[in-house]
Every structure is written in C-alpha cells, then in structure tokens.
Design a protein. Structure first.
Length: 636
C-alpha cells in the first residue's frame, strides 16, 4: 500500500472513529420532534448536548471563527456523513441541505452552489475541525455567543424520524457481520468498510493504519459437506499463483476450516474457507508488510480478528453492527445519485446498467425491475410522456404480437404517476408483460419498469409491493440535464455513412445502434431492437464465388447458427441498387425473418442482410430496411 493511500485511509478512520464516543445522546429515541441544544466554551475540552456532557477535542477560534470537532455537528443534528479521501472532502446532509467542505479550502458547496467561508476546515491532532456557525446556520439552527463567558449556544429542532443511522450506527459496536448470510466477527477500531456488493455476498475492509486489508465472500448453492481437499482446492483457485507457505485443514476450534498461507514480495496472505450447508465463506486476509507480522502483538491481533469469525449472527446483541439491509426478504437499494430508493427481493441480482437503465433480475431471469431518470422539459407532462411511449411501442411490434391496456393513474411516494401495462410475444405462445410507471418530480422524470417473462407469472401484489417501496428523494447536485432520447425520437430520420477506403455511401436510420467492435474494414453492423443489420463491402472471401454460391453459403451459416433446416423462402427477385441488378431474397425460419441482397459492381461484391423476429415485422420496418439497402451508392 502506498504512503498516499495510507494517509487517506487514516483520515477516513479519524472521521469515523471520532464520532464514536457520543453514544450517550445519540441513542435517544427520535419518535417526536426534539430540540437540539449545544453549549460549549472556547478553550475547554467538554461540551454539553441536550444536558449531557462529553469530552471532545478543544474548540478554538481562528480569525474570529469558532472551529469545533466534526462529530459535534454529526451527532447533535443527526447529519449524514460522507468522506472523499482523494480530495479530503467532507459531505454533510441534514433535512434537505447538503454541505460539502474540503480540508484547507475556504470554498464550500451548499446544495450544489459554491459559497465562501472565512476559515477553512482543519485537521487538529487527528480531528477534523469545522466552522460551527456556518454549518449550524445552514442547517437552520441559531447560534449565540456570550462574550463575557466565551460560551457558545446552538439551538435547533431535530425533526421526528431524522435518520442518524448513517453516522451513529457504529456507536457502541464491537462486532460486525451480516444477518442475511449469518456471519459475524470482531470490529476493531480503525476498520473501514471499503466496498460491499449489491447482494452483500462480498465485502472488503481496510485498516486505517494501512497494516492490513481483508474481504469476506459468500458462495451460495455449493455442494453440501464438501471434503477437506475440495475446500482447499477452492482456496487454491482464490490465490494469484503466489508461492504457498502452508496448506492444511484446521479441525480444532469451534468451526473447522481450510487454510492456505502464501507470500508475494513483502505481502503475506491468509486464505480461509468455512462451510455451512450449501454456503462457503471465504476470507482473504492481506498483511501489507511481512515485518508487521513478526511483531508478536500485531501477529496476535491479526489472528484474534480472524479467529473471531463465526457462522452466526445474533440479532439480539446490540453491540453487533449489521451490514445487511435485508428485511422481510427485501433488500433496500438506494441510488444517491438520482435520489431514488427501492426494495428488491433479497435473492435478486443487480444485473448491471447501460447508459440509461438500472436493472435487477431474479435468479431464473423471469422477472426484472429497472428504472431510468431523465430531465423534464417545460412542455412535457405525464400525459404526453406516457402517450409518446405508447406510440413508440406500437411502432415497435406488429399488431398480432402486442397488447396494450389503458393507462391508469396511481400515487407513488405521494407523487402522481401514470401506469400502463403492455404485453408482447415472439412466438404467439408465451406472452411477456410489462408494467410501465411514469412519474415526474421536480426537474426529473422517473421511468420504472417491472417485467414478467411470462404473462401467467404476472403478480399484481408483487407490483404493488414494489411500487409502495419506492421513495423519491433529492437527486445529487452533481447531475445536470439528462436528455430523454425518446422525447425527440423520430424513427424515420437517417444519416449518410461514408467510407472513403471502400468508396461507398449508405443512409442509416438514426435510431439504429452501431456495433463499433464489428464495424471495420468496410463492414457495418447495427442493432435495431431485437433485429440486426449487416453490410459487407468487397469481402475477399467472396471474390472467387458465384452469386448462387454466396447465397447458398449464407443460408447454410444462418441455419447452422439457429439450429434447423426448415426454411421458407418468401421473396426471390431482383432490385436495382446503385444502377445494377441485385439479387433480393427473403426467407423465414421459425419465428425469424431474413432479408438478403447481393450485388456485384466493378468486380466487387456488396452484401446486405437483416435478421429480425417476425414480431417486429411491421410495414414501417420492412420499408425502412428496403430504403436503407437501396440507398447504397459507390463513389470514386
């Protein structure tokens, strides 16, 4: 670990650790509005918060500005805390107000707007000191200073339900674990969670002093009662080919485990694998410098932490911090960027996101929940938005392959929403159903989609539970305008593609998506919904073949790809393309349609193919494919 990274981790640990001693007043219930009353004196190391005294780093004045420990603010107000180690920036959020402060900088950000402060935040004896009056007044508190006694009094009201969990959840916690996966272990001071996967089956930790790091991963659906050698082999797969120092199965203790120790340069690694039922728990513990492990007290500390790992989680133990957000089988997912939270079934996975949609899918790939956030224009309304999307849907599927129910009104998290249900099929047997939810709040539009791969699996209660779990908060101040591509979608618009090396032009619909990795050496490949368009220019493999040979080979490859021989030819004619006669074929295979055109000009072959499901074989698409192919022209 580099010295710079260690410094950042130490700063992060300072912020986390310094919050902990204020558990006395942080544990008070917040079932009703509470007054916040803070009293302190310059030069004295104790403060009083709601009549309870605690010792802190001594507040002091710098150029007439009172600086106090950050934990005075976070604990008294219940403000949520974040820390960006790369920039040494503190983030505070309370009651709709977000403040960002950087160590050593007199520029603060309040709800996305920059403001100047008289004195910059400082690090004092390892404690982050922040300007008291500036933050308190931004949070709506009043600040009074008694010059005679050098006493400062801050008064405010903490709203009922203010959630201080984000900053107070470590208070009094000596153990950490996951109730969903049922594991726990000791939680030493200075241990910082650096990453946790959406499913919580992987979590990593760093030591703030840079001495060690480790991760805990859970592999589910494993063979039960794996042998000792099988567990050891599983650990070998986790290593990175570093020399193995020790490899054995440890039977002593309350829970046996497989063990591998290895070394790479100056780093030491210890791998452990525990099994419980069909789950295997793997710990990878890394000691940054071998010399630290030679110090007996540190070595014992590392082993004490590792040996504290248990395959249990006692929810009744108040000193045990739970890393899991799963309650009643649902996992809370919070997207701080877009200000949306939603509850997802615990066994589902976050299946990644493209540039627009965030998606979650069940293990059998039969249901999914996804959403995207875009900006609202002045002229856009729920009615216009939902109708526009419905029109696009009718353009996408042929009438016999789609169904649309009338839109209805709904309230989601106190906001008016439009909901419509659509269904489509690709084989006329199994119909997919989709619940489309349109919601506008402030300057942003929220589009939520709940998909069922089989209409028979559609569950109104599941839809209702999902929609009731959605909360729409305040988006991050870092996001700006996000264009809704459907707002100005015109499927008839085209752009001319020119290729000077292969001397051709062709007009391509703007909504077709280029596959850049496959589009080279004169080749173009595009996707349009479930369909694909491919253009090959002067392919060297075609130079010694007749037109009939090329068509035959193409059919054979298509059949091999889709696994069948039953082909029905529907079109066999010639078309004039770029002034020459070209072969034009169309055929159907199962539920797929293929259009193929081949022309020869000036000794070169040009091949066009479009493959798409019959479900999207609309008159519009057929004409579009024909116009695209016939727009081709060679150039000099």
């Amino acid at each position: 670990m580099t010295k710079l990274r260690s410094t950042y981790l130490i700063l992060l640990a300072i912020i986390l650790i310094m919050i902990q001693p204020l558990s006395a007043f942080a544990a008070d219930s917040l079932t009703k509005d509470q007054s916040v009353h803070i009293q302190l004196k310059l030069g004295e190391d104790h403060i009083t918060i709601n009549d309870q005294a605690t010792t802190v780093e001594t507040p002091y004045a710098n150029n007439g500005v009172t600086l106090v420990p950050l934990r005075v603010i976070t604990s008294a107000f219940g403000a949520a805390l974040s820390w960006a180690s790369e920039t040494q920036t503190v983030g505070l959020t309370y009651n709709g107000t977000a403040i960002s402060l950087q160590i050593g900088s007199t520029t603060a950000t309040v709800n996305g707007k920059e403001e100047q402060i008289e004195v910059a935040p400082e690090l004092k004896n390892g404690t982050t000191m922040v300007p008291l009056r500036f933050i308190s007044e931004k949070f709506g508190a009043s600040v009074k200073f008694d010059e005679a006694t050098s006493t400062i009094t801050i008064s405010s009201t903490r709203a009922a339900g203010t959630d201080a969990e984000g900053i107070d959840s470590d208070l009094g916690k000596t153990h950490i674990g996951n109730s969903y996966y049922s594991w726990s272990m000791k939680y030493p001071t200075g241990l910082v969670k650096s990453y946790q996967s959406f499913k919580e089956d992987y979590v990593s930790f760093d030591d703030a002093n840079g001495e060690y790091r480790f991760n805990v991963s859970v592999k589910s659906d494993m063979t039960e009662n794996m042998s000792e050698d099988a567990l050891l082999d599983l650990l070998v797969d986790q290593t990175d080919d570093e020399p193995i120092l020790e490899k054995k199965y440890v039977s002593s203790g309350t829970r046996p485990y497989a063990l591998i120790k290895s070394k790479d340069d100056d780093e030491l690694y210890e791998y452990r694998a525990y099994q419980s039922g069909d789950k295997v728990y793997i710990i990878i513990f890394t000691i940054e410098k071998e010399e630290n492990d030679k110090i007996i007290t540190k070595h014992n500390g590392y082993q004490d932490l590792l040996n504290s790992f248990q395959l249990s989680f006692d929810t009744s133990v108040k000193t045990l911090k739970d890393l899991s957000s799963v309650k009643d089988g649902l996992r809370l997912y919070t997207d701080e960027t877009y200000g949306i939270s939603i509850k997802i079934p615990a066994e589902w996975s976050k299946t990644g996101s493209n540039s627009e949609m965030i998606q979650f899918t069940d293990p059998k790939k039969k249901r999914s929940i996804s959403y995207k956030v875009t900006s609202k224009t002045e002229s856009d309304t729920l009615q216009k938005w939902s109708e526009r999307t419905a029109d696009n849907y009718t353009q996408l599927y042929a009438p016999a392959y789609r169904k649309t129910e009338a839109a209805r009104n709904l309230v989601v998290d106190g906001n008016q929403a439009h909901v419509s249900r659509t269904s489509n099929t690709f084989d006329s047997r199994i119909w997919d159903s989709t619940e489309n939810v349109y919601l506008i709040k402030g300057n942003y539009k929220y589009y939520i989609v709940i998909d069922f791969s089989n209409k028979d699996d559609l569950s109104d209660s599941f839809i209702q539970t999902t929609l009731q779990s959605i909360k729409i908060g305040k988006p991050s101040s870092s996001i700006g305008t996000i264009k809704d591509s459907s707002e100005n979608l015109d499927r008839s618009k085209t752009s001319v593609v020119k290729n000077k090396n292969y001397n051709y032009t062709i007009s391509i619909p703007d909504y077709w998506k280029l596959n850049s990795s496959q589009s080279k050496n004169g080749t173009l490949e595009y996707a349009f919904g479930m369909g694909h368009f491919l253009f090959l220019a002067a392919d060297s493999e075609l130079s010694n073949l007749t037109t009939q040979d090329i068509v035959k080979q193409f059919k054979e490859k298509a059949l091999a790809q889709y696994g069948g021989t039953d082909v029905k030819e529907t079109v066999n004619r010639t078309e004039t393309i770029d002034g020459v006669q070209a072969m034009w074929l169309e055929w159907e295979f199962k539920d797929l349609v293929t259009t193929m055109s081949l022309l020869q000009k000036d000794g070169n072959y040009y091949l066009f193919t479009a493959v798409y499901p019959k479900a999207i074989q609309t008159d519009f698409l057929q004409k579009q494919i024909q116009d695209t192919i016939k727009s081709f022209q060679t150039t000099k």
